[in-house]
Write a protein that binds this ligand. Structure first.
Ligand SMILES: [Zn+2]
Length: 466
């Protein structure tokens, strides 16, 4: 208190001037600060941000893009999308946004825009093209134009479908049988093969002569196909362009045998306990349980087998005809249409998709051809089962075994013992159920046991196309 009074007296002459200077100085500082803040605000130097989706490598058809832009400071002024190709600029989208409120506080700070680029509609040519996105904000920078964000996405316009041509001739296939085609896809092809109905069988490079660019594809004509089924060669290129081309194929009709199967109480009592009681809801009758096994479990087992065939070995592991189980009699053939009768009433129908072979009980089972074990365990209606991958989409299945002598991943040679026959699963009597699959479709194994058939339908094509 005392001290300040003394100080006041001493500075008496300055007492009136000093507050004015202080106020003026403070004002000047405040004004300068305000000015700096104002300049920094309206001349802010932060670019807008943006994200583009998708970012395709190739443009083969109309693609809808989505760009999400943001500018959290002065807000978005405009967005301009164009496509540039060979010095030509094609405008795609232009949006100018309003300036609203003090410092554009109520203007647009976040924005999502969708636009479509269709190379055919825009008359774009094949080759390099750039998608250019320019976004300005409301900053006063760059002569008042605002900060610019420039996004460039380079793509290759490719609207030409790949080509695919059969080089093998004389394609004959029997309903329920197998076929092979040799073809040449254009070099930009990423995926190719044969389409039968909606079933796709992928082709693999013709390994004997990879330099030629030739491919081979094993395919199946399912047992329930019509005689007028059309078969196609199909290809998809790197830009997702697709080609589907009919190839000439003579389809031989095949009639399958009808069989009546009597389902007795004794059989049901014998078979049902082989399956886990967890499969059935309580209070189901024997027949209901049997139907569940014969339908739902059968379907589940088939789905698993189809799954197993999705990633075949690319190389050909097999050689020559498949070996048929030694000293075995045929008990049931492929394609048999079975109707099941219980107490005189038809209760179910199935198709037998393999060949049943029987010799003595607990007889050794040999690998039909060289291949890799891809499945070796219990498989529902099939009981203990081994599946072999012979390469390029060909598989064999050995079912109702009482013992398995191989492990998944193991390479087995034609004639190696892989297990012992039995009557596991839905089998009546000790036998081997032998099945042959081409890319997951069951076919008649009889063709693959026959050297003449293999020579005429496989070897001839492989040699002719070399
Ligand atoms: Zn069978």
């Amino acid at each position: 208190m005392k001290k300040s009074r003394l100080k006041g007296l001493r500075l008496n002459g300055l007492r009136l001037i000093k507050p004015r200077i202080t106020v003026a100085l403070s004002l000047a500082v405040i004004i300068s600060l305000l000015l700096i803040w104002l300049l920094m605000t309206i001349f802010e130097g932060e670019k807008p941000e943006a994200h583009l989706e998708p970012v395709p490598e190739y443009l083969s058809k109309g693609i809808t893009f989505n760009v999400s832009a943001s500018d959290l400071k002065m807000g978005l002024r405009n967005i301009h999308v164009s496509v540039r190709q060979d010095g030509l600029v094609i405008p795609i989208l232009r949006r100018d946004l309003p300036y609203v409120g003090l410092f554009n506080k109520r203007g647009v700070h976040k924005l999502e825009e969708e636009f479509t680029v269709d190379p055919k509609e825009l008359n774009m040519i094949q080759g390099q093209a750039s998608l250019i996105i320019e976004i300005h904000d409301f900053s006063k920078r760059r002569g008042g134009d605002g900060n610019l964000l420039l996004l460039e996405h380079k793509m290759v316009v490719d609207t030409l479908p790949p080509s695919i041509t059969a080089t093998s001739r004389g394609h004959n296939i029997t309903i329920g049988g197998s076929g092979l085609i040799v073809y040449r896809p254009s070099s930009d092809t990423r995926e190719s093969g044969v389409l039968v109905n909606d079933l796709f069988s992928p082709g693999v490079p013709f390994s004997r002569d990879p330099q030629t660019g030739l491919y081979i594809c094993y395919f199946a004509l399912p047992y329930n196909s019509k005689k007028d089924t059309t078969l196609y060669l199909w290809a998809r290129d790197r830009a997702d362009n697709e080609t589907k081309r009919v190839f000439s194929c003579y389809i031989r009709q095949k009639r399958f045998r009808r069989e009546k199967i009597k389902v007795s109480d004794r059989f049901l009592d014998h078979v049902i306990p082989r399956f886990s009681p967890d499969l059935f809801e309580p209070d189901k009758t024997k027949v209901e349980k049997y139907l569940l096994i014969n339908r739902r479990l059968r379907e589940e087992n088939h789905a698993l087998l189809i799954d197993l065939c999705q990633s075949p070995t690319e190389e050909k592991l097999w050689d020559g005809p498949w070996m048929r189980m030694k000293n075995a009699a045929t008990m049931a053939i492929f394609g048999e249409q079975r109707t099941y009768y219980y107490k005189g009433k038809a209760i179910d129908e199935t198709v037998h998709l393999g060949v049943d072979l029987a010799s003595l009980a607990r007889a050794p089972v040999q690998a039909g051809n060289t291949g890799r074990v891809v499945f070796a365990q219990d498989l529902g209606i099939y009981g203990l089962t081994v599946v072999l991958d012979h390469g390029q989409g060909l598989y064999t299945i050995y079912s109702h075994l009482s013992k398995i002598d191989v492990n998944v991943g193991q390479l087995v040679t034609k004639g190696d013992n892989i297990g012992i026959t039995g009557q596991t699963g839905l089998a009546t009597g000790d036998h081997l159920h032998f099945g042959f699959m081409v890319h997951g479709v069951f076919v008649n194994p009889i063709e693959w046991w026959d050297l003449h058939w293999i020579k005429d339908n496989i070897y001839r094509k492989l040699n002719v196309s070399r």
